[in-house]
Write a protein that binds this ligand. Structure first.
Ligand SMILES: CC(C)(COP(=O)(O)OP(=O)(O)OC[C@H]1O[C@@H](n2cnc3c(N)ncnc32)[C@H](O)[C@@H]1OP(=O)(O)O)[C@@H](O)C(=O)NCCC(=O)NCCS
Length: 158
C-alpha cells in the first residue's frame, strides 16, 4: 500500500471538505466544525495520504470512554484496508491515552461499516433513534473494551 498515515492538519481541509458530502451526505461537517475539532484538546485526527492526495481520514475524542468521531475512505480506495488502518491508529491513540473503552455510532443500514468495526472488536450495545436527523435514520452504538479494572491506566490486572 502506497498510502501512509499521518496527522490530519488544517492544510488538508480543502480535500476533507470535498470528500465530506461524498462520504456523509447531509451529515457532512463544515470547515468550522473541522477547525474546532482540530483545535480541541484531546482530539486525534489521522489522514491516509497517497502522495498529496487525501484518500481517507478519521478522528477520535480521547477520554476514559473515547468516542470515534469519524472514519471515511474515498470511493475508489475502499476495501484495501485503509479504513482498518485508520481505525487501528485511533485505537492506538486511545490506548496510549489510557482509555478504558471506545464508543462509536454507525448508521443502522451501514452493514459494511458495522462489519469493519466488528472485525476490530466492537460489539453493538444499543441504538439511538433518529440519530441521523436529516435522514431520520437510527444509529447503532458499538463499543470496544480496551482494558478492565478500576483506576487509572497501569493499575489493571495483567
Ligand atoms: C466504512 C469505510 C470507512 C470502510 O473503509 P475501507 O477502507 O473500505 O475498509 P477496509 O478495506 O479496511 O475494510 C475492512 C473490512 O470491513 C468490512 N467492510 C468494509 N466495507 C464494507 C462494505 N462496503 N461491505 C461489506 N463489508 C465491508 C469487510 O469485512 C472488510 O474486509 P474485506 O475487504 O477483507 O472483506 C468506507 O466504506 C467509508 O468511508 N464509508 C463512508 C463513510 C462511512 O460510512 N463511515 C463509517 C461511519 S462513521
Amino acid at each position: 500500500m502506497d498510502v501512509v498515515l499521518r496527522p490530519l492538519t488544517r492544510a488538508d481541509l480543502d480535500q476533507v471538505l470535498a470528500l465530506e458530502p461524498v462520504l456523509f451526505g447531509p451529515g457532512a461537517w463544515s470547515r468550522g466544525t473541522y477547525l474546532d475539532e482540530l483545535a480541541a484538546p484531546g482530539r486525534v485526527y489521522v489522514a491516509a495520504a497517497d502522495g498529496d492526495r487525501l484518500v481517507g481520514y478519521a478522528g477520535i475524542a480521547l477520554g476514559e470512554e473515547a468516542q470515534v468521531m469519524t472514519v471515511g475512505v474515498a470511493p475508489g480506495h475502499r476495501r484495501r484496508g485503509i479504513g482498518t488502518h485508520l481505525l487501528a491508529a485511533l485505537l492506538d491513540a486511545a490506548r496510549e491515552a489510557g482509555a478504558r473503552s471506545v464508543l462509536l455510532e454507525v448508521r443502522a443500514s451501514d452493514d459494511g461499516a458495522q462489519a469493519l468495526y466488528a472485525r476490530a472488536g466492537f460489539v453493538p450495545v444499543g441504538r439511538r433513534r433518529n440519530y441521523y436527523v436529516a435522514e431520520r435514520e437510527d444509529a447503532v452504538v458499538m463499543r470496544k473494551q480496551l482494558r478492565t479494572g478500576p483506576g487509572p491506566v497501569g493499575s489493571e490486572a495483567t
